[in-house]
Design a protein around this ligand. Structure first.
Ligand SMILES: NC(=O)c1ccc[n+]([C@@H]2O[C@H](COP(=O)([O-])OP(=O)(O)OC[C@H]3O[C@@H](n4cnc5c(N)ncnc54)[C@H](OP(=O)(O)O)[C@@H]3O)[C@@H](O)[C@H]2O)c1
Length: 348
């Protein structure tokens, strides 16, 4: 028997998640020598992703949504990377790293059914394992799908990207630049804005807590001699309203997320009629429903090599070492001290 750490869903939050209350670290016992059932694998967890959508899973189980609710008293789960320590499944060998849904536990037995959702990571590119839940994982797929498959962004156009220091924002910037588009990006602190400007070479950066997005976008349009064509929306709220005010005719808005609204009453957009008046295309999507085997093939052949070769900037990650009491997860919504880059727990 060994003692393992697990992060339990302890209480449904009413607002922002509270460390130690919403999520709680507990110790459990696991017999690493116990024989596995047919098809099971024993995994030592390497990295676990913290994603804003997990807030939506912290709800009563009977409330329907596009992803299942977490079960009270049980470990939460999400995308992660783990090392196969023991296998009773011919698809997986000891020593391989796998990517997919894992429990927030330091070790875990993955059932035969659950192994079907795991992908073996060859990592020929030699990326840090944490990258595989960020730029090379679900958030990266989201940015890639938004820019390459939905936005129709073209060379010579400009794109406004909110929530720009997160993993979705960072890769969206790299992909927009690759196309030959200019980027206006927003984030919530001076340090993040400096990084976006100096490291990611974003053409116009602003701190949405200090500058009015309406003024920034109006000035940008004037400077360019035409309005921006695309908005990649990670946040909704006042920045979406400003984007609707200033985007050009027949512009495209890709709705990825609405983090402004995840912990309270929705903001309530007042100028939605611009979707009609400006003949906008306004489309949302859930990446888990969109990635087909062909798209995965395309994504994995394009993005990890571009990260490894240095064609795209090294992803900025905020690594939390070890399982905590939910502080790492709470950072996603902390207006004073939020994650600086992709939030990920490393258990190596
Ligand atoms: N549709 C899909 O399938 C899909 C898939 C993945 C992600 N998403 C969504 O995409 C968005 C970005 O995800 P991510 O993984 O890259 O997360 P992320 O940017 O790391 O999310 C956390 C960040 O959000 C910002 N934030 C928090 N509250 C905010 C508010 N009220 N207004 C504006 N920004 C706020 C904070 O940065 P600041 O310091 O800049 O405020 C914080 O560091 C999220 O909305 C997420 O839910 C959607």
């Amino acid at each position: 028997m060994v003692q393992i750490d697990a992060l339990i869903f302890n209480e449904i939050p009413k607002g922002k998640p509270i460390p130690g209350q919403t999520l709680k670290k507990v110790q459990q016992e696991l017999d690493l020598d116990a024989p596995l059932q047919d098809g099971e694998i024993l995994v030592k967890t390497t990295a676990l992703s913290l994603d804003p959508y997990q807030r939506g899973r912290m709800r009563p189980e009977e409330v329907e949504s596009y992803v299942p609710a977490f079960k009270l008293g049980q470990p939460i789960d999400n995308f992660g990377v783990g090392e196969v320590v023991k296998s009773s499944n011919s698809q997986f060998q000891k020593g391989q790293r796998v990517y997919g849904y894992l429990k927030f536990q330091t070790y875990q037995v993955v059932s035969k059914e659950a192994t079907a959702g795991l992908r073996v990571l060859e990592n020929k590119e030699g990326l840090p394992w944490t990258n595989w839940v960020g730029a090379a994982g679900m958030p990266g797929q989201t940015a890639w799908y938004a820019i390459e498959k939905l936005s129709g962004l073209k060379k010579g156009e400009s794109v406004f990207i909110s929530g720009a220091m997160g993993p979705v924002g960072q890769l969206a910037i790299a992909l927009a630049h690759k196309i030959g588009a200019k980027v206006v990006a927003s984030a919530g602190s001076k340090e993040k804005c400096d990084f976006l400007k100096n490291e990611l070479k974003v053409e116009r950066v602003f701190n949405y807590k200090e500058e009015d997005p309406n003024q920034v976008l109006a000035a940008w349009n004037k400077e360019q001699g035409k309005p921006f064509e695309v908005y990649i929306d990670n946040v909704a709220g006042p920045q979406l309203e400003a984007a609707l005010n200033h985007i050009g005719k027949r512009g495209r808005i890709v709705a990825i997320g609405a983090i402004n609204d995840y912990n309270g009453e929705p903001y309530g957009i007042k100028n939605i009629f611009y979707v009609v008046g400006k003949e906008l295309r306004y489309e949302g999507f859930i990446i888990l429903n969109r990635m087909t085997p062909e798209l995965f093939k395309e994504f994995y052949s394009e993005i990890p090599p571009a990260l490894a070769s240095g064609e795209f900037a090294k992803p900025k990650e905020h690594i939390f070492n070890g399982l905590d009491n939910g502080e790492a997860f709470a950072s996603l919504f902390d207006s004073q001290n939020s994650n600086f880059g992709k939030a990920v727990i490393s258990l190596e």
